[in-house]
Design a protein around this ligand. Structure first.
Ligand code: DLL
Length: 438
């Protein structure tokens, strides 16, 4: 931890006794269930189908009787079919294109925007931010929630906000330097690119005032955190969220970097077994499921995120009592099945970041010839390795191949490529190309 200040934006909500929080959640859940039953035909039909009436839901424990919601529901009822308020109360639309094309949108009332802003303000504060800070927003502005989300939260804490949006890396860096930016937010892959660019331009970090960054919108690992922190001499903190629930700020990490604090006064989080959908106890790995309990515009019950994580209810060293979720370990639908073996792109990243000489940039291509799948991983290596003799290079390639095989249980063709030759990403990274027609 590079900073000492441990401020808490809303101690009343962030450090509440857990029993009291449960009572608050139960009351808000009862109210939400009643409201969606009365106003959202899809929920009324689904609850009727399951034989559940709003009055059957009394506490958080009764959540298990409620139906799940999933992304296809949002597509089916696109754009306004899941609103629980008249359309004229909606003041904002945010959306996400997702990786599979069809967009989804979510409508927010003025109060929803305020709640979301409060959640991000908690996260910015947890990252050490306050009125004395200069926060550069390098998330994209637009339908994507990253830009506006961080903008609103940082404004709320009184920081000076620099609304750059993503892209144009050299200009981002010039602004950071000349404005004395202390904090910024973007995807972890873009943070790494910013860090590498500063290094490659031969700039001195002493000319910057950077202290921390709130990074999210895509999975990353502890190894990547370490790289970013070293490249930029900052605290790199995780921030999680999704358009359907609020945007960034559903959960945010504090300077102890030991899981993200879930804003439990606004959402109830569950972990379920992704196959059976049975709720799992604290500590077990499974799919995150969120129910909104303060949202007016588009409240969602038991929304399946397809993100994998684990929950920890213990009080954090920072004093916050809200349940913490571990960094996202992957998505159920990120998982590739190659020759019957489950492969997560995050496993590849972990292997590479543990090998000295490999850069954490790769591109995975999956092909199918006849009925056989094959996988090629292009791996960036640093200049020292790349300039080595052919024999050494081949030895290095074989070593990666072996380590990959032991980690994935599957062999992959490894192709070494020069540093900086693979694409860099300003938003969410896309490192998998699946050419199989499944
Ligand atoms: O990515 C919201 C966001 C913006 C979060 C900026 C953090 C910072 P969507 O575009 O709807 O919303 O994508 C949501 O992104 O289900 C996860 O799979 C992934 N994701 C978001 N934050 C993280 C994170 C925004 N910290 C989807 N770690 C989610 C890993 C994340 N994955």
């Amino acid at each position: 931890m590079k900073q000492k200040a441990l401020k808490i934006w809303n101690p009343g909500m962030e450090c509440m006794d857990r029993e009291q929080m449960r009572d608050l959640q139960s009351a808000r859940l009862r109210e939400t269930v009643r409201r969606v039953y009365d106003n959202v035909p899809m929920y009324r039909a689904r609850m009727d189908e399951k034989g559940v009436k709003p009055e059957d839901i009394r506490t958080v424990d009764d959540l298990r009787y409620l139906p799940f919601t999933d992304k296809p529901d949002l597509r089916e009822y696109f754009p306004f079919g899941l609103l629980a308020v008249p359309k004229d109360r909606i003041v904002r639309i945010q959306g996400s294109s997702g990786t599979t094309g069809m967009p989804i949108v979510a409508g927010y009332t003025a109060k929803d925007v305020e709640t979301w802003t409060e959640m991000v303000a908690r996260g910015v504060t947890a990252a050490g931010g306050g009125p004395e800070d200069v926060v550069q927003v390098c998330y994209g502005y637009g339908l994507f929630t990253g830009g506006l989300g961080l903008h609103q939260g940082a404004t709320k804490v009184g920081a000076m906000v620099v609304p750059m949006s993503s892209g144009n890396t050299k200009r981002q860096i010039a602004m950071m330097k000349s404005l004395g930016v202390t904090m910024f937010g973007c995807t972890p892959s873009y943070a790494m690119h910013i860090g590498e660019t500063i290094r490659d331009m031969g700039m001195d970090l002493k000319d910057f005032r950077l202290k921390s960054a709130v990074l999210g919108a895509e999975p990353w690992s502890e190894n990547i955190r370490t790289r970013i922190e070293e490249l930029l001499d900052i605290d790199a903190l995780d921030i999680y969220g999704l358009t359907e629930i609020a945007g960034p700020g559903v959960a945010t990490e504090c300077l102890f970097k030991n899981g993200m604090h879930v804003n439990e006064d606004n959402v109830i989080v569950e972990i379920v077994n992704p196959e059976t959908l049975e709720p799992l106890p604290y500590g077990e790995k499974g799919e995150l499921v969120f129910s909104t309990i303060t949202k007016e515009g588009m409240p969602l019950l038991r929304y399946r995120t397809h993100d994998l994580s684990r929950l920890n209810p213990e009080k954090c060293e920072c004093g916050r009592t809200n349940v913490r979720m571990e960094r996202i370990m992957g998505r159920t639908d990120d998982m590739l099945i190659i020759r019957g073996v489950n492969v997560f792109p995050s496993q590849i990243e972990t292997v590479l970041t543990n090998i000295e000489g490999c850069e954490p940039h790769f591109m995975l291509t999956v092909e199918r010839t006849g009925t056989t799948d094959s996988m090629e991983i292009q791996v960036e290596v640093n200049d020292r390795i790349f300039g080595d003799t052919v024999g050494h290079l081949e030895q290095f390639r074989r070593r990666i191949r072996e380590e990959m095989k032991s980690a994935l249980g599957l062999s992959a063709e490894i192709k070494l490529v020069e540093a900086k030759s693979l694409p860099r990403f300003e938003g969410k990274a896309r490192r998998v190309v699946d050419n199989r027609k499944l």
